[in-house]
Ligand binder design. Structure first.
Ligand SMILES: Cc1cc2nc3c(=O)[nH]c(=O)nc-3n(C[C@H](O)[C@H](O)[C@H](O)COP(=O)(O)OP(=O)(O)OC[C@H]3O[C@@H](n4cnc5c(N)ncnc54)[C@H](O)[C@@H]3O)c2cc1C
Length: 389
């Protein structure tokens, strides 16, 4: 058994844990006293192709996340801009259009590949001076006035603050949507560069995002009941392309897809308290959201940014009680988490009630938002940057 001591240990080296490590490395008197516990051997540093490319996700990053990642020199080489977001409802009137010009920003957001972001963050973390500890999955143990004990294989780690960013363990609030997301790529006969589409259907939301690696292609996230998702995933390319065009409509002409399809189960799970003693949870470990409107990682990055900011003062005196700083963090994050989780929980359910009056009301709301920019602004502002305390 070996043991080591750190000021902060970050358990889980996904995108949120990595961004926190980069931010803390900038403000820590000694970055080596920040430990990043990777659940398995660290992925090789560049090239992108050597990174776990198995994850097929593309991620819509909002303007605020892009500014944050660029400030850390962690923005991936390839991305596709979103300048217009078109939100509509299949089979009902009403739509709303959110445009970058309404907010005076160059783009509302950008789409990156999960694998591309992972590779870039990996490269940055390797150069930032934090201690990356590869090994078997780590486990948080007892905490007392001396700190928190973490077990990683045969190694015991003592730290002043432990951050859980392992994407797991949020079980206080749970909703199973009984929906799975089918992910793939499609080409359109009438592509519109810089446009993203969110279409609510009675089966679930269907999103088409500009693809970061293939210009004129769209990344498709199609949510539906598990049986239907399995059926869609099993269709041949012609039948799938036809079903996709039917569900999406003709705004982009005819859609064709020859790419592999991947299926992700969808659920909401969240912790009520983000802090427990000296342990703070961020990213998916604090809340896992429905992917509608692409908010999960954006919210997780805001968790990481706020935690780094609140721990900066404590890092200068790591022998002190971190309780007040962590309490301030939890309080500052409460409203943003509540609103974002609420929005992403409400949207897929309200548009899929199957009740005509409710669906007409949703259509009217979209139409109202389209006509009245003061109504549209708060939604777009939140999707752009999230709530700032
Ligand atoms: C279909 C789909 C589409 C999405 N689209 C978007 C989008 O457009 N925009 C957006 O913002 N979000 C989107 N999301 C959400 C986004 O993918 C997640 O919010 C984000 O990946 C969470 O990052 P994380 O670092 O918190 O957790 P994770 O990505 O889950 O990373 C956790 C890491 O911790 C490691 N780990 C686990 N257990 C341990 C342990 N015991 N010890 C050490 N390490 C451990 C894991 O191996 C992993 O590397 C989407 C999600 C899905 C499913």
């Amino acid at each position: 058994m070996t043991s080591s001591a750190f000021d902060i240990a970050i358990l889980g080296a996904g995108p949120v844990g990595r961004v926190l490590a980069l931010m803390l490395a900038r403000v820590a008197p000694d970055p080596a006293r920040i430990a990043l516990l990777a659940g398995s051997a660290p992925a090789p540093v560049t090239p992108a192709a050597a990174v776990p490319a198995a994850d097929p996700r593309v991620l819509a990053m909002n303007h605020g996340s892009r500014v944050l990642l660029e400030s850390l020199h962690a923005w991936p080489e390839r991305s596709a801009d979103i300048r217009n977001i078109h939100v509509s409802q299949r089979g009902r009137l009403g739509r709303t259009l959110i445009q970058n010009t309404d907010f005076g920003v160059p783009q509302l957001g950008s789409v990156v590949a999960y694998s591309g972001l992972y590779a870039k963050l990996d490269e940055c973390v390797a150069a930032c001076g934090v201690s990356v500890l590869a090994g078997p999955p780590a486990q948080i143990g007892m905490q007392d006035a001396d700190g928190v004990r973490i077990q990683q294989g045969d190694t015991e780690i003592l730290c002043g603050v432990a951050v859980q960013s392992d994407g797991a363990g949020a079980t206080d609030v749970r909703r199973d949507y009984d929906q799975h997301a089918v992910l793939t790529t499609a080409h359109a006969t009438l592509p519109r560069r810089g446009w993203a589409w969110e279409r609510f259907t009675s089966e679930g939301p269907l999103a088409l995002l500009p693809h970061p690696q293939t210009p004129d292609a769209y990344s498709v996230v199609w949510c539906s009941a598990p049986d239907r998702a399995a059926e869609l995933a099993a269709l041949d390319n012609v039948a799938f392309s036809h079903a996709l065009t039917q569900a999406f409509g003709d705004r982009l002409g005819r859609l064709t897809s020859h790419a592999p399809r991947h299926v992700f189960p969808l659920a909401l799970s969240a912790r009520r308290a983000q802090v427990h003693g000296r342990v703070a949870a961020i990213g998916n470990a604090a809340q896992t959201l429905h992917p509608v409107a692409g908010q999960g990682l954006n919210l997780g990055l805001r968790d990481a940014a706020r935690l780094a900011q609140t721990l900066t003062g404590w890092l200068a005196r790591p022998g002190a009680n971190p309780g007040p700083a962590l309490a301030e963090f939890a309080s500052a994050r409460h409203l943003d988490r509540f609103i974002t989780a609420g929005l992403t929980d409400f949207m897929p359910r309200i548009f899929a009630t199957g009740l005509a009056p409710v669906e007409h009301a949703c259509g009217a709301a979209l139409l109202g938002m389209d006509l009245a920019s003061p109504m549209r602004a708060p939604l777009a502002q939140h999707l752009l940057q999230g709530f700032r305390a």
